[in-house]
Design a binder for this molecule. Structure first.
Ligand SMILES: NC(=O)c1ccc[n+]([C@@H]2O[C@H](COP(=O)([O-])OP(=O)(O)OC[C@H]3O[C@@H](n4cnc5c(N)ncnc54)[C@H](OP(=O)(O)O)[C@@H]3O)[C@@H](O)[C@H]2O)c1
Length: 302
């Protein structure tokens, strides 16, 4: 079986490299990866000169040869890709796409076939193939949602693949009124909110580390690098306390902050100020999501 990938950017390259690093292709499977500029493939070809990897800048090649096609281009570019490959795909083609903000109804007028939306995260990047235990190497959460044309085997193909290097969270289809996929129940924003956490999350966490490290460095003679290293180890160690030892946030705070001690002052300050920042953050992004949906409505449905 040939598996196609169109778009070798941040997400496309993360997925392709994870597949190759973890040896996830079966003997009879082959990857065909296309990207607009071929120079992006230089290090990939060097690292994996195997026969089961083909690269191209011709999306039609992917479309004619592959029944499973993962499209990972920027959201506005998705439309031209579908229009380009449409003459070469069949009703058996399963399109798996990572484009945030683009829902099945946007795509339906262009391609009314099997669709899976996958929202991956940079946090799932596999850095070494030494972590054989799948539990140890699975990082980050991938969100997955299928349309009703995707059968069980096809669902499992996608979910099993992403389960190899991340934790898969399935987003159920919202309630359909009259079984009509165009007629979505308006309350559903599980996908958007989960995307903010899992996919935008690494950027927000990196920004918080950056700001915290910068403030610490403003008040000391330590170098920013030394400080970042300390912050990073502390973040990872704290995450492990929750993940491995299942300590609650409250447990951790109580174990660190003694009443009227230094830490408690900081905890109280964060308690007061952080609520507003995180609410503003979520509101801002949900608003942006709405704008993107409107932009997509204009592009795809008019
Ligand atoms: N970045 C994230 O953390 C993240 C997380 C979840 C979902 N997403 C979604 O995933 C999608 C991709 O994001 P990204 O960050 O990977 O974007 P990106 O780094 O900009 O990658 C897009 C890739 O698509 C290629 N491309 C553009 N037009 C093409 C065409 N006509 N034919 C073949 N290749 C083409 C680009 O090639 P050239 O560079 O050669 O032009 C580029 O390598 C977006 O829709 C985004 O919403 C991203």
């Amino acid at each position: 079986m040939k598996i196609g990938v169109i778009g070798y950017g941040n997400m496309g390259s993360m997925i392709v490299n994870n597949i190759l690093k973890l040896n996830l292709l079966l003997d009879d499977e082959e990857l065909i990866v296309s990207n607009r500029h071929l120079n992006k493939f230089e290090s990939l070809i060097e690292e994996y000169p195997e026969e089961n990897l083909n690269i191209t800048s011709d999306n039609k090649e992917v479309a004619t040869q592959c029944e499973k096609i993962l499209i990972s281009v920027e959201t506005p570019q998705f439309k031209e890709i579908i229009e380009e490959i449409k003459p070469f795909i069949t009703e058996k083609t399963h399109i798996i796409y990572t484009c945030a903000g683009l829902n099945f109804n946007h795509i339906k007028p262009l391609f009314d076939g099997k669709l899976s939306l996958v929202i991956p995260t940079l946090a799932s990047t596999v850095t070494s193939n030494n972590s054989i235990s799948s539990l140890a190497r699975r990082k980050g959460v991938t969100l997955i949602k299928h349309n009703s044309k995707v059968d069980l085997q096809e669902r499992l193909f996608v979910e099993d693949l992403f389960n190899e290097f991340s934790i898969v969270k399935k987003i159920d289809n919202p309630i359909y009124l009259n079984e009509d996929e165009d007629n979505l129940h308006p309350k559903d924003n599980e996908l958007e909110l989960s995307t903010i956490i899992t996919s935008c999350g690494p950027a927000f966490i990196a920004m918080m580390i950056e700001k915290f490290a910068q403030s610490c460095s403003d008040y000391s003679n330590l170098s920013k690098e030394e400080i970042e290293e300390m912050v990073l180890k502390t973040v990872v160690g704290t995450a492990m306390l929750k993940d491995d030892q299942e300590l609650s946030n409250e447990d951790i705070i109580n174990k660190v902050a003694t009443k009227k001690g230094i830490t408690q002052e900081g905890v109280d300050l964060l308690d007061k100020k952080f609520n507003k920042i995180s609410k503003d953050l979520i509101r801002t992004i949900l608003n942006r999501y709405e704008e993107v949906h409107e932009e997509m409505d204009k592009t795809y449905l008019n």
